[in-house]
Ligand binder design. Structure first.
Ligand SMILES: *[C@@H]1O[C@H](CO)[C@@H](O)[C@H](O)[C@H]1NC(C)=O
Ligand SMILES: *[C@@H]1O[C@H](CO)[C@@H](O)[C@H](O)[C@H]1NC(C)=O
Ligand SMILES: *[C@@H]1O[C@H](CO)[C@@H](O)[C@H](O)[C@H]1NC(C)=O
Ligand SMILES: *[C@@H]1O[C@H](CO)[C@@H](O)[C@H](O)[C@H]1NC(C)=O
Ligand SMILES: *[C@@H]1O[C@H](CO)[C@@H](O)[C@H](O)[C@H]1NC(C)=O
Ligand SMILES: *[C@@H]1O[C@H](CO)[C@@H](O)[C@H](O)[C@H]1NC(C)=O
Length: 414
């Protein structure tokens, strides 16, 4: 029975159930569909496995129009479609990976004199993403990695940029943009398994994220005093930094499942405050029609008391004195409007077992300005679900062990 329960708990841990509230959608302009030109509705028209939708001959995805929420291709113009493998309809498309159909009208496209419907352009398989290492230093002992897709002619379609410390096996932040239409992200894409993508050599990271293994490791770190810290609702899940739902296309959402885009996050917080922060930011960005730079990251190493009440730092991986994959103190989202350069750092505390005194002493690292951020609707005082506060970006980044970000922030984004 115990085995069965643990097994079930592991399944829960594995699916790390973050249910995204599907709140009010952006209303689409109905007239748009009957206009000249072609439209693609992200939540209605995509057939899987979908190709990448690219502005022809560039390294940019073709995103929905901010007013209609639809991808709009004028009649007579081309769109570039790409499959990492080949297109499904191999006879007519001759095992091609890249097609440049011309919009006729509605869902009809023309290619080499033949007419095709949008739903005929499907891939044989989902496009594999790739994590490309760079030598750009982004924090102490940390390098930037780019996540995205290889496309013909040496192009790389980036979905995010991740600042990762390979020695400590911790990620500082994941950087990407949110658009006015990000709120209309493709809802139907399922979760996929996380991949190591060339990092975490020799480690079974999924195993480290099981509650059973977490209890073993905490047993070592806390001298067996760990039992009260775990429950069905509190264990460390794979906390996405850049959320799956931060990306519009299903193809892009799949790229968030690289382990370097995750950090150990208590499930109560993952499901609670953090989920609210993710949704409220997208709602705000959509309402104000902003394009924002998002740096979603993790900071610090949290502690819990050992058998004698001495605070000990927490990690998912302990091998002798070598401790890796720290359990962060804080998860944060720095949001900067690209037009005004106004920004804010939204912060959530990743330790459900704190006392009020410990929270104030060790986890509030800058002047709280959350009262001024009226667009964040948040019950902030629930420590089990994650205490929330907000700071000026510079104030937040002035702490020790922060990444080197080249940010020029003007005022508070209110
Ligand atoms: C992407 O291209 C790089 C070389 O630029 C190559 O090393 C890598 O294997 C490719 N990845 C995929 C998934 O195609
Ligand atoms: C980064 O630097 C290392 C060591 O100097 C080198 O071997 C490697 O090729 C470089 N990688 C890239 C992507 O430039
Ligand atoms: C920050 O800017 C400096 C100087 O422009 C540049 O050398 C560095 O690569 C940038 N860092 C990042 C992480 O982009
Ligand atoms: C707890 O500490 C005692 C005394 O230092 C030690 O003998 C014992 O092995 C420790 N237990 C664990 C699980 O680390
Ligand atoms: C806890 O305190 C006891 C009694 O002072 C001591 O024997 C033991 O080594 C301590 N354990 C740890 C892990 O510090
Ligand atoms: C633990 O560290 C030792 C020595 O550095 C190494 O040989 C061994 O492979 C490590 N074990 C694991 C499970 O990583």
């Amino acid at each position: 029975m115990r085995e069965l329960i643990l097994f079930l708990i592991q399944i829960i841990a594995f699916s790390s159930a973050r249910v995204h509230l599907s709140t009010t959608e952006i209303p689409l302009n109905k007239n748009q569909e009957s206009n000249e030109g072609c439209t693609i509705n992200i939540n209605k028209d995509l057939v899987e496995p979908q190709p990448l939708f690219i502005v022809p001959k560039t390294s940019s995805f073709w995103y929905p129009n901010e007013n209609s929420g639809l991808i709009e291709i004028p009649s007579g113009q081309q769109i570039e479609l790409f499959c990492a493998d080949t297109f499904e309809n191999t006879d007519s498309f001759q095992r091609k990976r890249q097609l440049l159909p011309t919009c006729v009208q509605g869902k009809t496209y023309q290619l080499k004199g033949e007419k095709y419907q949008l739903d005929e352009f499907t891939c044989k398989s989902h496009s594999r993403y790739y994590v490309k290492r760079t030598n750009t230093t982004c924090a102490e002992d940390s390098l930037l990695a780019q996540v995205g897709f290889n496309v013909t002619n040496g192009r790389f379609l980036k979905t995010m940029e991740i600042c990762h410390n390979e020695k400590r096996q911790m990620t500082h932040y994941s950087h990407y943009q949110l658009y006015p239409t990000s709120y209309n992200y493709q809802k139907s894409t399922g979760r996929i398994g996380f991949s190591k993508t060339g990092f975490y050599k020799g480690k079974d990271v999924n195993h480290l994220y099981t509650m059973n293994q977490q209890k073993k490791v905490f047993g070592k770190l806390l001298n067996d005093s760990y039992d009260n810290f775990f429950s069905k609702k509190q264990f460390l899940s794979r906390g996405h930094l850049s959320a799956k739902s931060d990306h519009i296309f299903g193809s892009q959402q799949r790229t968030t499942f690289t382990f370097i885009n995750a950090a150990p996050q208590w499930q109560g917080f993952n499901d609670g405050t953090w989920n609210t922060i993710e949704n409220e930011v997208k709602r705000f960005v959509s309402k104000k029609k902003l394009t924002v730079d998002c740096y979603t990251g993790a900071w610090g190493v949290s502690s819990l008391p050992d058998v004698n009440g001495t605070m000990k730092e927490l990690f998912l991986s302990v091998n002798g004195t070598n401790k890796q994959i720290p359990v962060p103190k804080l998860f944060y989202k720095i949001v900067i409007d690209v037009e005004s350069n106004n920004g804010v750092a939204l912060v959530g505390v990743n330790n459900p077992h704190l006392t009020q005194a410990q929270l104030k002493e060790d986890y509030i690292i800058c002047d709280d300005v959350s009262e001024e951020i009226s667009w964040m609707k948040m019950k902030r005082n629930n420590i089990a679900k994650g205490f929330y506060y907000a700071c000026e970006v510079q104030d937040f980044l002035s702490n020790d062990d922060m990444p080197k970000m080249n940010l020029t922030v003007n005022r508070l984004l209110v």
